[in-house]
Write a protein that binds this ligand. Sequence first.
Ligand code: ZN
Length: 296
Amino acid sequence: MFEKVIGNSKIKEYLKTSIEQKKVSHSYLFIGIEGIGKKIIAKEFAKEMLCLSEKNCANTCKSCIEFESQNHPDFEIIEPDGNSIKIDQIREMQRKIQEKPIISDKKIYIINDSQKMTKEAQNCLLKTLEEPPEFAIIILIGSNESLFLDTIKSRCIILHFEPIDNNSLKKFIEDNYDIKNIDAETLKIFQGSIGKAIDLKDKISEYSQIEKMLKELDKKDLIEIVNMSKIIYDSKEEIYSILEYINVILLELSKLHYKYTKCINIVENTKERLKNNSNYDMCIDNMLFNMWGEVN
Ligand SMILES: [Zn+2]
C-alpha cells in the first residue's frame, strides 16, 4: 500500500498500522494544500480496507478487482456539484450508506473538496458522523480546515498532510518528465505540490519572468512594470496559481523589507475581486498599480 505515493510517510504509516491493528475509525478528515496526494492516499487506504485477502493481495481478490475497475459497490467518491457539495448529495449518500455492503465488510465514502459542503450539507452529514452504521467509513478531504464546522471536526480523526519536500519533488519531476537540473528557484514555483509541479513544469520561464518583475518593482517605472507583466495578462486561465506564486515571492521580499507586506494584501484583494467576476484586465492593472505605489 502507498508504494507509489510520495511524501507524508508518517500519515501513511499511521493508516497502515490502523488497518493492521484493526483500529480503523469511522471518520477521517484529510487536510492539506492541493496536489500532495490526499486523494490518492485516501483511495489506497479505502482499497486496502475493502480488500478480502488476508495479505499480499496484489489485486487478486474480487474487491480489489472491482475497485480497480471503478465498479466497487461499497465504495464511492463524492465530488462538488459545481461550486459546492449540496445537501441533496449528502442525503443521497446517507440513504445509501445505511444499506449493508455487498462485496466487503465495509462501506466507504470519500468526500473530495469537502470544504465546499454548504453549511446545511455539513449539518446534515453530522447525523451520520454521530451515529454511523457499524460498517461505514467516511473520509473527508479538504484544503481549508477553517471552513469546517467544529462539530464536524470533533467527530473526525484529523490528519494534516505536509507539502512534499523539495528533494522528493525534484526527483519526481526529473524521473517522470524530460526536465533535468531543476534549481531551487524553480522548486519555489511548485510550492511543495506534485499537482502544481505537473501543471506548471512547462511554464518555468514565465514564472521566472514574474519573479524578475516583482524584484524590480521598486526600480522600474510603472510603464515598464506593466510591459513586463504581459505574462499575467495572458494567463487568465491560471491566474490563481500565479497570484499564489506572487505572494510566495512577496513574502520572501517582505522579510528583507517591510514595504512588501502590504502588497500581499493587495494580491489577496485581487483574488477576491476576481472571484466576484470583476473585469480581469482592470483587476490586474489595479493590482500592479497599487503594488507599485506601495513600494515606490
Ligand atoms: Zn484485495
